[in-house]
Design a protein around this ligand. Structure first.
Ligand code: ISE
Length: 339
């Protein structure tokens, strides 16, 4: 079988990363087309990849007959149009989060895909492909710990890009724990409240950082998340499940624990998201390529998962304003056959 010819749209931080992994570590696929609104950047990148072309218009890149599948790493506001174009052309697409930037358009995408009668969209919630999250999920599914009751999470970034605002802490950062909660507990989130403690004086002016998110799932399980995106320290993503018969925690950086002079002990904290989740991205993309080549098209979070996360984020941003818990409103999944 010949290699899957992939178009990568958006070659900023994440897109460039995907181009590199598809060109070096992923089998059964090659990057055939790259696109970016910075055309020079796309052209320079294409020049270094055998058989790769830069195409200036993302919709032309999707329609190109030499493209079998698409990786979308473009800015969120452009996703709706690009996803609909992938559906129109019947091209499988791995879409970096968010699916789209508002609930209405996310639902419209879910419905359009459902009308086609086959799945084409996978959403890039890469934590589901991380070894530690997969082990935690398997442990819960096997029932070793009994019924899970509570999830405590910490999501700390050393820094985030300039211009990152308080709503982005919800939409860009918390969205991962929203998906992790749905993944680990296998149920929807019913409400969300964002609490704003006194901000870190060392962070950018006007940013609510840290934030505490309190989620309640449909069956009443409690989830709390500390979000702190300007710690200045390192990349720390911890998740602890407390269950009927014990608890389990991941994200502790416990690789080598060193003891040294003068009476010190310790190890190295993971510095960034690439070091923490690089392998998860490799696994995600390899499994997606394999799924597309097999005709299944999707092996991971679906458009529904992207829509459900968008709905929780929207309620979260409302709670950020009001300080009150906000109910999450989701359409009934069985009202959209095939979703
Ligand atoms: C960023 O967009 C990511 O996706 C990272 O995984 C996350 O840790 C960070 O908070 C986000 O801003």
């Amino acid at each position: 079988m010949s290699d899957l010819r992939v178009a990568v749209l958006g070659v900023g931080l994440m897109g460039a990363d995907h181009v590199e992994r598809l060109s070096s570590r992923i089998s059964g696929a090659r990057v055939a087309v790259v696109n970016d609104f910075l055309t020079d950047k796309a052209e320079k990148l294409a020049a270094g990849i055998p058989g790769c072309r830069a195409i200036g218009d993302p919709l032309d890149a999707i329609a190109d007959p030499d493209v079998d599948a698409v990786v979308l790493a473009t800015p969120g506001p452009t996703h709706e149009k690009q996803l609909l174009a992938c559906l129109d052309h019947g091209k499988p697409v791995l879409c970096e989060k968010p699916l789209t930037t508002d609930v209405e358009s996310a639902l419209a995408v879910v419905k359009r895909e459902a009308e086609l009668g086959k799945r084409l969209i996978q959403v890039g919630f890469m934590r589901r492909f991380d070894d530690e999250y997969m082990a935690l999920k398997a442990m819960l599914d096997e029932g070793e710990l009994g019924q899970p009751l509570v999830l405590h999470c910490a999501h700390r970034n050393p820094a985030v890009p300039h211009g990152f605002d308080s709503a982005m802490v919800v939409r860009d950062s918390l969205v991962h724990e929203i998906d992790v909660t749905r993944f680990l507990f296998d149920e929807e989130i019913a409400s969300i409240q964002i609490i704003k403690p006194a901000p870190n004086p060392a962070g950018p002016e006007g940013l609510s950082d840290p934030q505490i998110a309190i989620l309640r799932t449909a069956s009443g399980k409690h989830v709390d998340v500390e979000l702190f995106v300007h710690t200045g320290v390192a990349y720390e993503v911890r998740t602890e499940v407390v269950a009927e018969r014990g608890s389990a925690m991941i994200g502790l950086d416990v690789n080598v624990v060193r003891r040294s002079q003068p009476g010190m002990w310790g190890g190295r904290i993971t510095p960034g998201f690439r070091e923490r989740f690089g392998r998860a991205y490799d696994t995600e993309i390899q499994r997606w390529v394999d799924a597309v080549r097999s005709g299944a098209n999707v092996d991971g979070p679906t458009a529904w998962d992207g829509y459900a996360a968008a709905a929780v984020c929207e309620a979260g941003v409302e709670s950020l304003r009001s300080g009150q818990p906000v109910e999450v409103s989701l359409v009934a999944r069985d009202s959209i056959p095939g979703a």
